[in-house]
Design a protein. Sequence first.
Length: 236
Amino acid sequence: MSTHTILKSVAHKYANKPRDVLRKVAESYGFKHVYTTLDVKAWNPDVWPFHDLTSEEKASFKVRPLSFCHITNVMIDVILSRGIIDRPHPSDSSSPVELVFCNPDLQWRSEFPRPRLGQGAFREAFQAVFKALTGAPYPHVQYGKPTTATYDFAEKMLHTRMKELHGASVGSDSQPIFYMVGDIAGANAAGWSSILVHTGVYDPADGPPTHKPTHEVDNVEAAVRWAIAREATRVA
């Protein structure tokens, strides 16, 4: 819910337009015509000549895109051509392609000892290349935590789910009842209760956190238990 699920709220804008996003996820959100960068290569292999499609890729194209250079090349082709990548680039600025990124995180935590680069790193790299080619970064829409749009969407989804389960909405103006584990800056800005855990990017050995959480615990299980206990006390 805190990254690309918000695309459900804008699917009506693009449902019948081609989208270069992951096929199964996009289709589950309501997009009708979904294409990946591998589809583009299958249409014209010269788009990225450094990879020959495997038989599996030719059959389904339901795999991850190839590389940063491949993805970036196709994105730039789509943007500069206004969506028809084999035509000359139009000189006017009409009908620009809308560029959406779903997670601004530069890093995320995996089983590797140090944090790994996230989609925010790809955004920075892509914009650097686009600026080097054109003189300016490309305008984009940013979703995902800690953006306001993402928290507004999450609250709407939670209200809807509570109505489905209990026939009533949730929340009040005086008492926060939404909790976020991990995204302290976004939760604080949205008025949610924020819980910092030590199993993510933050490491207590690096010093105090940049943003002060409502509560701090070792892991996600402890965070959930604390939130449940707090709510039990609040509504008692």
